[in-house]
Structure formats: structure tokens, C-alpha cells
Ligand binder design. Sequence first.
Ligand code: PEP
Ligand code: MN
Length: 342
Amino acid sequence: MQRGASEADVRRVTAVIEEMGFQARPMVGADRTAIEVVGSDRPVEGARLAGLPGVDTIVRITKPYRQASREWQAEPTIVRLPGGISIGGSEIVVMAGPCAVENERQLLSAATAVREAGAAVLRGGSFKPRSSPYSFQGLGAAGLALLDRARAETGLLIVTEAIDPEGVELVAAVADIVQIGARNMQNYSLLKTAGRAGKPVLLKRSPGATIEELLLAAEYILAEGNPDVILCERGIRGFDSATRNLLDLNAVPVVHRLSHLPIVVDPSHGTGRRDMVPPMAMAAVAAGADGLLIEVHPSPEHALSDGAQSLDRPEFARLMRDVQALADAMGRPVASPAGVRA
Ligand code: PEP
Ligand code: MN
């Protein structure tokens, strides 16, 4: 309470807290009173109290998210994927492929390249959330069929994006992991639908979201009964135009401290520049990331989206050799493609 708040102010706040179903414990100090709110693990609507006369500040002691927190579950969540691959344990899982599925040749050539270099999961968007409505929007259902085919030919698992609740079922029928893009991180109806999709969800951090907001978005999926959420740091909006985004590698140890959920890093969108992808991918692994999401295109100069940040085949192969060496030094295995045991 503010200095000088009256006894009537304190009584009113106490009454509202009790009306909300909590216990109120006033602690009277020399020149001001604090009121502790206790008694339930439901979230407290702080906004209802903030406007009452005499109230100074609301200090949250407990986290606003519950199931995503370390208090809820101390051990790390291990998301188990087909083929014996898991994310969140000791394995480093590399997901790589084009930004967008463009055509059969492009996808199969990218898939072969990333598999040969040692990635375990093929990425590629069929439904593309583009900043401009005039940019390539993806192949839609036809692209999903190509991803299905690429999996059959290479044994790679598939991660691909759903951009609206209506599309989740279609995407989940093909994807091993359903991606929710940065622009959709707070699309709550999409999060809820993904929570019921029956497939693991890769949730990308919005460029404008705090880590707490990312964990609250994950909470929507968990609250629907889907425990398999993989978080993804892909860069936030900074003030420096030298790179596309500000890759917040702090998010890796912060998430590991606050949450049991795995977190992977996307240095492609995080930097926007091909030359910066390998060093930041290595930094992400060094920081303890559970995996990487990397854009690879058989011929980046012809890519319909994100060519400037896509690695070509030799660049990706070189990066995978470096990741393997770093993983060896850290005593962590790199997940092998399904059916291949290192
Ligand atoms: C992507 O992974 O292709 C993508 C669209 O990324 P983001 O949602 O992080 O912008
Ligand atoms: Mn992209």
C-alpha cells in the first residue's frame, strides 16, 4: 500500500482479495502496510487490485505460468519422436531444410543434403506466414505431400508450420512436429488447437515477446493436455540493423532455469545472414541448446524465401562437422537420422 493509505483503503483491498477467493494477510510496518495474498494456486488478477485507492505496487512472488515451470516439474521434459530420437535429453537434435517447400526437386535435394550431413529432422514450410501478402505464400497441402514423400525417401522426421487453427489437423497428419511461427506465438486459438493436435509442438518466440510471455504461450498448449512442447529462440527485435534480429542466446540458460521444457535455437532467422549462421549455431550449442533449426537450400540464390540466410550444401556439411566436434567435447551425442545409429 502507499504511504499514507488509510485503514479503510486496507480494509477495502482485503475485502476484494477475499471476494476473489484468497486469504489476505496485512503486514503493518512503521509507515506502510503490505498485504500478502495467499491460499490458492490459481493466478491472481492483479489488475483488479492495482486500481483500488491506496494501492502502490503489486509484486508477484509466484510465476504466472504453472505447468511450464520448474516448480511444476523438476526433471526436464524429454519429447520422444519416432525413430528413437528425443529432444530435451542429452542428444542435440538438428532440424534443417529450406525455409519453404518450393517444388519436388528442391525439397528432395535439400532433404538428401541435410540427411547426408547428419541432420535428424527435415524442416520446410508449406504454409508460409510472410510479412507481405504479395510474397510467396507456400505450396499448402501440395507441399505437405512432398514433405511426406521426403520422409519416406530419407527417413528424416518432419517439422512444418501450421499458420491457423483450421490448418492444424492437416499439418499434424503429416508432421512429426507441428511448428508455430514467431508471428503466431500469441495466437491463442492456434495454440489451443495445437494443444489438441496429438503431435509435439515447436513454439517459436515472437520477436516482441519476453521469455515470460513465451512460457505463457507454452502454457496454453500444456493446459490443453499436450506435454510435448519444444521452445525455439529465433531472435527478437533489437535496435541494430546490422543483423535481421537480435539472437537472444540468454534465453537458453534462462529457460532451462525457469522451465523443464526443451529449447532449440534458430540462428538463421536469428541473424538473417548466411555467414553468421555457423558461429551462432555453435554458440547456441555451447550455451546448452537442445537442438538447432537451420535453413538449408540446394541453391540459396534461387530461394523463394530467406535465401540470404540459407546455407548451401557444403556450408551445412561443414557446420555439422563442427557441431559434432563441439558436441563430442561437451559429452553430448548428436541425434542421428531415424534408422541410423551412430
Ligand atoms: C520459419 O521458420 O520459416 C519462420 C517463418 O520463422 P519465424 O516464425 O521464426 O519467423
Ligand atoms: Mn524462413
